[in-house]
Design a protein around this ligand. Structure first.
Ligand SMILES: Nc1ncnc2c1ncn2[C@@H]1O[C@H](COP(=O)(O)OP(=O)(O)OP(=O)(O)O)[C@@H](O)[C@H]1O
Length: 372
């Protein structure tokens, strides 16, 4: 959705105070944060997060991805002060969250918006009433509430649904109300906890597009947790992969997608952009390079889509057949990215020159195995 924002919403963003370095300027920053939950009956203590360092720059979108139980929700709950860290420090817009008392924390939470997987709307209130709620709690006057809520309804595309109750809204519309409610107190940070997990793919896209618009046009910093790479690639510029309470990999989304380093990241990318080996081929693939076998090689194209031309010219150079076994071309973070699985004779005469050929062209390769 690309509707222009009304001028009265444009002041949601405040210019970040310039400080000594990037870390000091981070909108959200975690330093050596650990969280251990005390032992319960019959169980031991659980370390949900273990020495987490993370910084989210003002105006950026950071996606945190992890499996169930990896520690994602705990991370979000620490950032909005619902949980306190067992060790380490957490700053939001320069305020040390863990050092605050309950009253101060309530105040700071107004600068932190939050959206949820199941929307968490009050069923007894209309769309307007749900969006107005945090403002009523903050003691904002009726006229000011109206002046803030109506442009928000427009921003999320629900001006015509202002008097509908949650039961009368679709999942996507409910999440739009959730987003408007999160923005009502003009937060500097938006925390998104699996906000699209309950939505179908098309609605997910439209909600992510809305979040992208809000990020760009209001400059809102977004920290988003998810278990889906498709969400990360759609909206985030940076990603952190969390596993067993630790960040195992982090970086630019395009780099991580095209060169995943950690096994967890690779497993998240399994189905993405042709990385997966087709089942029929996987069943025949082995580690032994027997005489006469065919090598199966994954070639990753970053930023160039001349895949077909590269393969046919390799064929000519090797004087051998190079087969395309599977492939996909895609776009990640707005840049082209393709993966091709090729088969070629595994003899030294062919395989080594083929790998060199790709390396000369700056293309990454991986020999996945051999087919007799
Ligand atoms: N209040 C709690 N008391 C005890 N253990 C907890 C508590 N909250 C979370 N945990 C444990 O901490 C670990 C991380 O949980 P967390 O909810 O942060 O994971 P998650 O990545 O958000 O998972 P999911 O995607 O399933 O929500 C899990 O082992 C969980 O059982």
């Amino acid at each position: 959705m690309n509707m222009p924002l009304r001028a009265d919403l444009a002041d949601v963003r405040e210019v970040p105070v310039a400080k000594a370095d990037d870390l000091d300027r981070a909108m959200v920053r975690l330093e050596a944060v650990s969280k251990t939950f005390a032992a319960r009956r019959g169980g031991g203590a659980v370390t949900a997060l273990d020495h987490i360092d993370l910084a989210v720059a003002p105006g950026s979108v950071l996606g945190v991805i992890g499996r169930s139980g990896a520690g994602k929700s705990t991370l979000i709950r620490l950032v909005n002060g619902l949980e306190r860290p067992s060790a380490g420090r957490i700053w939001v817009d320069g305020t040390d969250i863990a050092a605050l008392g309950e009253r101060e924390l309530r105040q700071v939470r107004r600068s932190i918006g939050m959206i949820f997987q199941h929307f968490n709307l009050l069923s007894s209130r209309t769309a307007y009433g749900n969006i107005a709620l945090p403002l009523e709690i903050a003691g904002v006057g009726r006229a000011e509430i109206k002046a803030r809520v109506e442009p928000l309804l427009e921003l999320v595309g629900l001006a015509d649904k202002r008097d509908r109750y949650p039961a009368e809204l679709s999942g996507g519309q409910k999440q739009r109300v959730g987003i408007a409610r999160a923005l009502a107190t003009r937060p500097k940070v938006l925390l998104s906890d699996e906000a699209t997990s309950a939505l179908d793919p098309e609605t997910t896209q439209s909600i992510l597009d809305l979040l992208g618009t809000i990020n760009r046009e209001l400059g809102l910093t977004i920290l988003l947790i998810t278990h889906e790479m498709s969400v990360i690639r759609r909206i985030a510029k940076e990603v952190a992969v969390i596993d067993g309470g630790r960040i195992v990999e982090r970086g630019d989304v395009y780099d991580i997608f095209t060169r995943p380093g950690h096994a967890t990241t690779q497993s998240f990318l399994g189905g993405a952009s042709g990385r997966a080996v087709p089942a029929g081929l996987a069943a025949r693939l082995g580690p032994d390079r027997a005489a006469g076998s065919e090598a199966v090689v994954r070639v990753v194209f970053r930023g160039t889509l001349a895949a077909g031309a590269v393969v046919s010219s390799l064929s000519r150079e090797l004087h051998a057949d190079v087969k395309i076994l599977s492939g996909a071309i895609d776009e990640v973070a707005g840049r082209p990215f393709g993966t091709l699985l090729i088969g070629l004779p595994s003899s030294d005469r062919h395989l080594a020159p083929a790998l060199a050929y790709f390396a000369e062209r700056g293309l990454d390769t991986e020999v996945l195995g051999y087919v007799a």
